[in-house]
Design a protein around this ligand. Structure first.
Ligand SMILES: *Cc1c(COP(=O)(O)O)cnc(C)c1O
Length: 456
């Protein structure tokens, strides 16, 4: 992308249009570098000087001195397919989370697909999940030919609302797939108690929640499986990569076998050594990816604590601004990962300024921000899945009636949340307290000029 040379106006136009687009996590250019002259009280969007011209911390972090020797060693060894370095990463990731086992995968999407497959969640089964997530969560359900059942969110926490789980349970419900979205923990006490009561499996989508904790226990270790992503934007970035964790040896042996063409592994033994014992696929990661992961793992704890500290400070600085409603953490949360820093904009109490106009104004002040997800419970991809031959072979026509499905799966709280949410990317939380003050100052400045911005 050649955004670097674009003017601010082109950038604002581009990112505003791209809010609902696919490139939410792309690198943002630093805005207005070296052109901070002008009226500081006037909104930058209306030609004033931006609050912020200093660049933000770069992402991903990389220190050639400490991070490269191991990667280069692997590259020169010629052993690039999974072997000792991947096994070492798996051991260390499991240990860091307090899980018994870990399996590294090509990405988080395939970690989720593998988890559901190994738990035998498939044709005719219903999986309870949130509409406020990344598409991969839902893809994993549909690609196993199971039916996603959307449970509305608690807009204060941005998470699946556990009080609404039970009313969605039917005899066909097999699992709950809670997503610790934005890196903020779900209400795990409530979710696990519903799961136990109804005998449901739990697969945690922790793809944004590295090292986050609930009652001192790391996310991903509550359910039958926890799934992680190491995609470039994630808090532990490898470029691509993922992992499953679990304490269940039999499940993990089966997951390993599935991810390696169905070859025997551990308790997954064949009659004749070398037989393919189950139908499998291949989603193995490489030795050099594992070497990058080991380098990134060293900074994750420090960075997670820093993000949490900065997020709570920033929240304290903006929560009294009329019309700004920051996230709430559940009582049991001891550490959040803050893959994104979220708040809601209540336009009515914010001088009538629309959310999208607010995003443009905040970007113009030099603060990277996005509007986030659109409702996943009513998009065309569902219609496509329902009209596929495999779905039509499994489900009755009434079950695949798209309009009826959308009505059954209505999530009004989520619809509103998608219209009101504002996200700041995690890397801004790796800055200093002064950086957080810049963000708060920019929001306050927009509040003071909200009426004028809304009119202009
Ligand atoms: C990133 C992400 C995934 C998918 O992970 P990939 O590594 O990109 O395949 C799944 N769920 C959520 C919530 C994510 O953010």
């Amino acid at each position: 992308m050649k955004r670097r040379n674009w003017t601010r106006r082109q950038f604002v136009r581009d990112t505003a249009a791209g809010v609902a687009g696919a490139s939410l996590f792309g690198g943002l250019p630093s805005l207005g570098r070296g052109s901070a002259k002008g009226d500081a009280s006037k909104p930058a969007l209306l030609g004033g000087a931006p609050v912020r011209t200093k660049p933000w911390p770069r992402w991903p972090r990389w220190d050639p001195k400490t991070d490269e020797p191991r990667v280069i060693e692997v590259l020169r060894s010629g052993v690039w397919s999974r072997k000792d370095v991947v096994a070492e990463f798996e051991r260390k990731w499991a240990a860091a989370l307090g899980a018994k086992r870990c399996l590294a995968t090509t990405n988080g999407t395939h970690a989720l697909i593998t988890a559901l497959r190994v738990l035998d969640i498939g044709p005719g089964d219903e999986v309870l999940t949130t509409p406020y997530t990344f598409i991969a969560t839902i893809d994993a359900i549909l690609l196993n030919q199971a039916m996603p059942v959307f449970v509305d969110v608690d807009p204060d926490t941005f998470q699946i609302d556990p009080a609404k789980l039970e009313e969605k349970i039917t005899p066909r419900t097999k699992a709950i797939l809670p997503v610790h979205i934005l890196g903020l923990p779900c209400d795990m006490d409530a979710i696990m108690s519903v799961a136990r009561k109804h005998g449901l499996k739990v697969v945690e989508d922790a793809c944004q929640a590295h090292f986050a904790e609930y009652r001192g226990k790391k996310l991903g270790t509550f359910g039958d499986f926890g799934a992680f992503s190491f995609q470039n934007s994630k808090n532990l970035p490898i470029g691509e990569g993922g992992a499953l964790v679990s304490d269940d040896d039999a499940l993990m042996d089966r997951a390993f076998s599935f991810h390696n063409f169905g070859r025997p592994y551990g308790t997954m033994v064949g009659d004749v050594s070398g037989d393919y014992v189950i139908l499998g696929t291949k989603c193995r990661t490489t030795e050099y990816q594992a070497a990058i992961g080991l380098a990134q793992l060293k900074r994750l704890e420090r960075e997670t604590k820093l993000r949490h500290r900065n997020a709570e400070y920033l929240k304290s600085q903006i929560q009294d601004i009329p019309g700004i409603r920051p996230y709430r953490l559940y009582d049991g949360v001891t550490l959040a990962a803050f893959h994104l820093f979220p708040f809601r904009l209540d336009s009515e109490n914010f001088g009538g300024l629309s959310r999208d106009r607010f995003l443009q104004a905040l970007q113009a002040e030099g603060i990277p921000c996005y509007g986030g997800y659109r409702p996943l419970n009513k998009m065309p991809y569902l219609r496509d899945a329902f009209s596929s031959r495999v779905f039509r072979a499994i489900y009755r026509p009434e079950e695949l009636d798209f309009d009826a499905y959308v009505e059954r799966n209505a999530c009004p709280a989520n619809d509103r949340l998608c219209d009101e949410a504002v996200w700041l990317p995690q890397f801004v939380l790796l800055g200093t307290r002064q950086d957080m003050d810049d963000i708060a100052r920019a929001i306050r400045k927009i509040r003071e000029n909200a009426e004028e911005l809304a009119r202009a």
